[in-house]
Design a protein around this ligand. Structure first.
Ligand code: ARG
Length: 475
């Protein structure tokens, strides 16, 4: 018979349906490495504070490390009756160190334990995700470098607007991803805090040292308030909000790539390896990866709303409701990681159909704004210049011609201020190069990325040292 940790005050076994309903081991086993890391440091702290002796500390640490090894060898079996990862580990520890395992839970509750685990887990995942985002930025930067000289129609309202270089379009996404990295860096500050020592809600009467725990784990601070420490999930909400924005950015890119790969646009082609076919229509090549990443954005937003809703009515401090934070969080980490990982090679293998793009510049009056601005240089107010140019566009539409096809005499019929220097002002390539010259160059984006990389290297090194010190794999 499985005796519950809390069996003392109960006179009946828990109903099997309740056991099933309340257990979280099916998903919170994900926290195993961080749970053990936290326990190893906790044991050190108990020893330092003379709550256990050196021999006991060594035995407990050996036992905990053995669980990690056995888990990595696929030898650990979790039991539903043990409810969650914390209890499952404690039960295993008991197998290795007998009753000594019962001392592990001194000055600790699963409430601060699970909060600590989640902080440590998310801190690690943020590092992995920032790494992937930088790779994605690099993939976009490579496209921008390749397409520095491809003049491209910029759109507003999905109507051709002004000529740009295709590089600028990719760089817009590099800029969005930079903000995404910044948001994760900011979120990291709140994630990298220690709730340890809050125990169930009000700490412990034992002489413990929560600052030692925080310092050993590389956590930058300790929660000021124990009630807050065990019930705060703001850091998860912040992460999910940042994740939602990342997915939204990728979804916008996906939408564009899907449109551009349609036969109607035909600006780009996906590599066959990143598309799938139709079971019925033999000719089909579907942009499934781009479509799915757009679709998966919905479930990430869903997770954000799930956690916000979970929290809104909770009285202080810990409530079992909080167990519901994990599945959405884990799902978002997986969805985001998979999406960004697949997007990197998808972009690297993208083919741009430059002839089609070049041809597209001929229609849509991409030089109309430049013509109005040419008139401004002749002393005409912009509103008047806009109106003159609008009439010229209407005339061209009737005659199925481009602005640069009009004769000087035709043009002067609209404004006597137009001279023959107008033709060079109408040259699409020239317009793109003038507007481009006012924008930041590739190296500005490269600088931003190298700053992110330095941040990442520092944090990763810190994590590697800690995980190495305690023999816990960083993965
Ligand atoms: N599995 C629980 C969770 O995820 C751990 C904390 C349980 N605490 C308790 N008082 N029942 O929230």
């Amino acid at each position: 018979m499985n005796k519950k940790l809390w069996a003392g005050r109960f006179q009946k076994q828990v109903h099997p349906m309740v056991e099933r309903y309340t257990a979280s081991i099916d998903f919170d086993y994900t926290l195993i490495y961080e749970d053990i890391l936290g326990s190893l440091v906790h044991v050190n702290m108990l020893e330092k504070c003379s709550l256990i002796d050196k021999e006991e500390s060594n035995q407990l640490q050996l036992g905990l490390k053995k669980i990690v090894q056995e888990y990595d060898q696929g030898k650990i079996e979790f039991h539903l009756a043990d409810e969650d990862i914390h209890t499952n580990i404690e039960r295993y520890l008991k197998k290795y160190v007998c009753d000594l395992a019962d001392k592990l839970h001194t000055a600790r509750s699963r409430n601060d334990q699970v909060a600590l685990d989640t902080h440590l887990y998310l801190r690690k995942q943020i590092i992995f995700i920032v790494h992937l985002l930088i790779e994605l930025q690099n993939a976009l930067l490579d496209l921008a470098t390749k397409h520095q000289n491809i003049v491209f129609p910029a759109y507003t309202h999905l109507q051709r607007a002004q000529p740009i270089y295709l590089a600028q379009h990719w760089l817009a996404y590099v800029a969005m991803l930079h903000r995404d990295v910044e948001r994760l860096q900011s979120c990291w500050i709140r994630v990298n805090q220690s709730p340890s020592g809050a125990c169930a809600v009000a700490g412990s009467t034992l002489a413990t040292d929560q600052y030692y725990v925080a310092a050993e784990l590389g956590l930058e601070g300790v929660y000021l308030n124990t009630l807050d420490a065990v019930s705060d999930r703001d850091f998860i909400v912040e992460f999910l909000a940042a994740a939602s924005l990342i997915m939204m950015h990728i979804s916008r890119l996906s939408e564009e790539l899907i449109i551009w790969s349609s036969q109607e646009f035909n600006f780009i082609s996906f590599d066959d390896a990143y598309c799938t076919g139709s079971s019925m229509m033999p000719q089909k090549k579907n942009p499934d990866v781009a479509e799915l990443s757009r679709g998966k954005t919905g479930r990430v937003y869903g997770a954000l709303v799930t956690i916000l809703t979970l929290l809104k009515g909770l009285p202080l401090a810990y409530n079992k409701d909080l167990q519901e934070d994990k599945e959405p969080l884990f799902d978002v980490v997986k969805t985001l990681t998979h999406t960004v990982s697949i997007y990197i090679p998808l972009l690297a293998t993208l083919k741009v159909n430059s002839d089609v793009i070049h041809h597209s510049l001929q229609s849509g009056y991409l030089n109309a704004t430049a013509l109005a601005e040419y008139l401004v240089t002749k002393g005409i107010s912009f509103r008047e210049a806009h109106s003159i140019t609008g009439k010229m566009v209407a005339y061209c539409l009737q005659n199925n011609s481009r602005l640069q096809d009009l004769t000087l005499a035709d043009m002067q019929g609209f404004s006597m201020f137009i001279g023959d220097d107008v033709y060079s002002a109408l040259a699409i390539e020239k317009i793109a190069s003038i507007t481009q010259s006012k924008l930041l160059t590739l190296s500005a984006y490269e600088n931003q990325i190298s700053i992110s990389k330095a941040w990442l290297a520092e944090k990763l090194c810190m994590l590697q040292n800690i995980y190495l010190k305690f023999d816990v794999p960083l993965k």
